[in-house]
Write a protein of this length. Structure first.
Length: 365
């Protein structure tokens, strides 16, 4: 089992700066939990507190009901994979993977079996006698994963393990890590600032900022129902568009937009009549005449002028403007578009988000 419970967990330095601030979080056995946030948000500090590498200033940490605050790292039944591969350069791949097991006085035969099993899963069978310097970055990272895997821990802790790999290797290694998680039947806590990694790998995402948890939920919930502007702005690529406006007679009105509210939002925004709000429009919420919901959204038709284009084969990302509003739109490739073109689109109003401009909290959530 590998259930982790954190109660009011805090890490402060000099009694002032709080890198982690009153974190309350439950991670269930076999969860793949991603700690997601920008650099300096406290996610790595929190991971190191779970590992026992950072002292807990206040609060409590439990693993399967056992209080872990003062338990030494070696006695926590965890395995950690770092951003740097942290391999012993003078040892072969085999010896790197065996080292931790020898320290636990596990029998040689069992060590051998575990290493061969892990090497097969990680496609390292032909590299066991090589030294780390003879391996590529992707191979070294697989060795680091294998070293964690052979320990058969209750919990895997991973601190941005893919950040040193190129895009193709990151994609391949993401799949490898997810497969390891499923095969090992262990709890995994994974730190990243890359929302693509979080959305594609995690069963539970914990979004952090300034040491505070902003939102916890499965990937689809974090994307479709952000609790505040920070989460909405951090999740999604390209980034969401925020526009200031007011609610007037069933419409969202700004300097450049006049959008008809759908039934989904009319009730939630009833207390904001005549008041300022912010609308959040994801670039993929723009629809063209080639999309099935285009006719249904004609009440929210806009004309986007293309200032800059990213052609991605199957789609365009348009950096443009609607009158005075700068906007990012992401549409399917159906016609050739050039810089300066004016493209008629509709906004999928069923999926936009509204926020209170003072509290920055989502309205109606």
């Amino acid at each position: 089992m590998g259930k982790i419970v954190m109660k009011d967990l805090t890490k402060s330095y000099d009694g002032k700066y709080k890198a982690v601030n009153d974190v309350n979080l439950e991670i269930n056995d076999r969860d793949f939990c991603v700690l997601l946030g920008p650099s300096g948000c406290g996610k790595t500090t929190l991971l190191r507190m779970i590992a026992g590498l950072e002292a807990i200033t206040s609060g409590d940490l439990y693993l399967d009901g056992t209080h872990m605050n003062d338990v030494l790292p070696k006695d926590r039944d965890i395995a950690m994979v770092f951003q740097s591969y942290a391999l012993y350069p003078h040892m072969s791949v085999y010896k790197n993977m065996a080292f931790g097991l020898k320290m636990k006085h596990i029998e040689k035969e069992e060590i051998h079996e575990r290493i061969l099993s892990a090497a097969k899963k990680l496609d390292l069978e032909t590299y066991l006698e090589r030294k780390p310097r003879a391996l590529s970055g992707g191979q070294q990272q697989r060795v680091a994963l294998g070293r964690a895997l052979v320990k058969k821990p209750r919990v895997f802790l991973m601190d941005e393990p893919l950040s040193n790999l190129d895009a193709k290797l990151r994609n391949q290694t993401r799949e490898t890590i997810v497969n390891i998680h499923h095969d090992a039947q262990a709890t995994t806590i994974y730190v990243t600032h890359d929302q693509v990694e979080a959305m594609t790998m995690g069963t539970k995402i914990v979004v952090m900022n300034f040491g505070v948890i902003q939102q916890i939920g499965p990937p689809e919930e974090i994307y479709s129902s952000p609790i505040n502007m920070f989460v909405a702005g951090f999740i999604g690529s390209p980034a969401i568009n925020f526009v200031d406006g007011v609610i007037e007679n069933g419409h969202f009105v700004s300097k450049s937009l006049n959008l008809v509210l759908t039934d989904k939002h009319t009730k939630a925004l009833s207390d904001y009549e005549g008041k300022k709000v912010k609308i959040g429009i994801r670039p993929e919420f723009f629809q063209t005449e080639y999309d099935s919901i285009y006719q249904r959204m004609l009440g929210s038709q806009v004309e986007v002028t293309a200032n800059f284009l990213e052609r991605l084969g199957s789609e365009y990302i348009i950096n443009g403007h609607i009158n005075e509003e700068k906007i990012l739109a992401k549409i399917r490739f159906n016609n050739v578009i050039n810089i300066g073109d004016k493209i008629k689109m509709c906004i999928d109003m069923d999926n936009v988000h509204f926020f209170d401009p003072e509290t920055e909290l989502a309205i109606g959530k």
